[in-house]
Design a protein around this ligand. Structure first.
Ligand code: KIV
Length: 296
């Protein structure tokens, strides 16, 4: 399979095409997007997977962590992203609480994402312990992605955002998690915040494509958060984040420049203003002249 150059017509990415990419050792790309404009730009950059991550709780909504975001909030953003994505595979995070209260409710919520936001895959955090639930959702014709290692929805159980899989016991559990997800038939597995060596072992072991974030270069693909690559966050970046642009500086400069122009009467100029047609202007002048004459 060959890479499609950016800007050229490309085929829609599907769950099957991700497997093909793994088979052919073709790296898979994934970025988060949270709104229409971001989604269009990411999709038009020929990124394979657009993820409406629940990280939007922090990046877009200013929550402290991902735990408080609701189905309604995720749906609102997923619908906007759907309108901007043409070719990438559209994936959404099931928010905390939307799949923890029983399989019926989990299937209902996953189906809501498909029916109301047109998403193609739902992502669920957790490994071995989620395998039965994931099978139930797949049985309802809804593709599911897994997410293991540092799972942000477990922040309180993990006592913070810490690299996982550092002891032999933890590595064994991660392998069991990955194999369980592989057997359950997930579309791909996100490996977050684990040592490179462990991610490489998992990637070699499973047939499912692995997508790493803070998991080293040996995964089948890589995912980063939109706001991280653009410096749109207000905290120092994690070790694995590579910044490809400085949108914060750009936006800040533009906002300050706008303010300066307005308060110094430099904006708007005459050429940035609408004008009356000549006949109306002449007629208006005549009316105003008459009014002035009557006042005298
Ligand atoms: O919510 C998110 O952005 C994610 C990625 C970090 C994989 O789950």
């Amino acid at each position: 399979m060959s890479h499609t150059p950016i800007g050229e017509p490309r085929q829609r990415i599907t769950v099957a095409s991700l497997r093909e990419k793994k088979l052919h050792h073709e790296p898979i790309t994934c970025l988060t997007a949270y709104d229409y404009s971001g989604a269009r730009l990411v999709d038009e950059a020929a990124i394979d997977i657009v993820l409406v991550g629940d990280s939007l709780a922090q990046t877009m909504l200013g929550y402290e962590n991902t735990l408080s975001i609701t189905m309604e909030e995720m749906l609102h953003h997923a619908r906007a992203v759907r309108r901007g994505v043409k070719n990438a595979l559209l994936v959404v995070d099931m928010p905390y609480g939307s799949y923890h209260l029983g399989p019926d409710e989990a299937v209902r919520n996953a189906a809501t994402f498909m029916k109301e936001a047109g998403v193609e895959v739902v992502k669920i955090e957790g490994g071995e312990k989620r395998a039965d639930l994931i099978r139930r959702i797949i049985d309802a014709e809804i593709p599911v992605a897994g997410h293991i290692g540092l799972t942000p929805q477990s922040v309180n159980v993990m006592s913070g955002y810490k690299v996982q899989g550092k002891s032999l016991t933890a590595i064994e559990q991660l392998m069991r998690d990955a194999v369980a997800l592989d057997r359950a038939g997930v579309a791909f597995i996100v490996l977050e915040g684990i040592p490179r060596e462990v991610a490489a072992m998992i990637t070699a072991e499973v047939e499912t494509p692995t997508i790493g974030i803070g998991a080293g270069p040996d995964c089948d693909g890589q995912v980063l958060v939109f706001h991280d690559i653009l410096n749109l966050v207000f905290a120092p970046p994690a070790k694995f984040v590579r910044r490809y642009g400085d949108a914060a500086a750009l936006i800040s400069h533009a906002a300050q420049q706008f303010r300066t122009d307005v308060i110094s009467h430099q904006y708007p100029s005459d050429s940035e203003s609408y004008h009356l047609p000549k006949e109306t202007r002449v007629a208006l002048e005549t009316v105003l002249d008459r009014k002035r004459a009557m006042r005298r």
